[in-house]
Design a protein around this ligand. Structure first.
Ligand code: C2E
Ligand code: CA
Ligand code: CA
Ligand code: CA
Length: 272
């Protein structure tokens, strides 16, 4: 016990103390950010490769902090650990639906809006949160897409199957995000009722040079088509990516080749 006491003291180095207080500070600032309405949604267009037109967008959160723009990778993990992702996620849902409803009131052909859902949010209460957001905003459920990852679904397979059914019975769509990077076996694609598969950027990156990436991407597209699932390619950065995907029969594409995530006003201009 004597020795371990000594070790305990050695464990708490000044650097670690600093890390702990930085985390605490970040948590406080994140909490304030919600109150001060410092979060903003950017919208990245998704294009229909067959029809050559804009079909919808993915909402991506940004934090306009007092120190400047903060990207989600810098604060979503902490928000998840602290549970703050629940109120943040509710805000994202409501804001995306509010904005989508405004766009679609003015459009002949409606656009879809996809919202990312973290593992912490993916629980039975999500059904009422989504229903509430749709009711309060008047956004058409058919135009709302929830993006979930394979790991979210695989942590509780039976629970996920039930939750996906309840969510889809609201009339909304489900997309499987980052497809190919997680642990979902193809067999589960049949059990999880999905509307869209998002092919992960890491596969698109290697097209057309990397034969493995070409084979994987083509196979995902063919398989999805047979299962009646819409394919969305993520991280489309070049004309070559786009040409390959169009020929392979991929339905939708999203990436810097077309547009970066855009503030709402800029996305609105794309709609005209
Ligand atoms: P994600 O859902 O996989 O989102 C796609 C990310 O790829 C976005 O990064 C987007 O800006 C970026 N991206 C789009 N096109 C390209 C491209 O052509 N090349 C490259 N290199 N990157 C591209 P972002 O906005 O920084 O978001 C990062 C992650 O943060 C998202 O990954 C998502 O997991 C999470 N996230 C974003 N917004 C939300 C949110 O509202 N709620 C939750 N729970 N997570 C969010
Ligand atoms: Ca996503
Ligand atoms: Ca993704
Ligand atoms: Ca390879």
């Amino acid at each position: 016990a004597k020795g371990s006491g000594r070790n305990m003291l050695e464990v708490f180095t000044p650097e670690m103390n600093q890390q702990v207080s930085e985390r605490l500070l970040m948590e406080v600032r994140l909490r304030d950010a919600l109150k001060r309405q410092e979060f903003e949604l950017y919208y990245q267009p998704q294009y229909d490769l067959g029809r050559n037109c804009l079909s919808g967008c993915e909402a991506l959160i940004r934090w306009n902090s007092p120190d400047g723009l903060v990207m989600p990778d810098q604060f979503i993990p902490l928000a998840e650990e602290t549970g703050l992702i629940i109120p943040i996620g509710t805000w994202v849902l409501e804001e995306a639906c509010r904005q989508g409803a405004i766009w679609n009131r003015a459009l002949a052909t409606p656009v879809s809006v996809a919202v990312n859902v973290s593992a912490v949010q993916f629980r039975p209460a999500l059904v009422n949160e989504v229903r509430g957001a749709l009711d309060r905003t008047g956004f058409e459920p058919e135009q709302l897409v929830l993006e979930v990852t394979e790991s979210v679904l695989m942590s509780d397979i039976e629970g996920s199957i039930r939750l996906l059914e309840q969510l889809r019975s609201l009339g909304i769509r489900i997309a499987l995000d980052d497809f190919g990077t997680g642990y979902a076996s193809l067999a589960y694609l049949k059990r999880f009722v999905l509307d869209k598969l998002k092919i992960d950027r890491t596969f698109i990156m290697g097209i057309p040079e990397d034969k493995d990436d070409v084979a994987i991407t083509s196979s995902i597209i063919d398989m999805a088509r047979h299962l009646n699932i819409i394919t969305v390619a993520e991280g489309v950065e070049t004309e070559a990516h786009c040409e390959f995907l169009r020929k392979a029969g991929c339905n939708l594409a999203q990436g810097y080749y077309f547009d970066k995530p855009l503030p709402a006003e800029v996305f609105s201009q794309r709609l005209q």
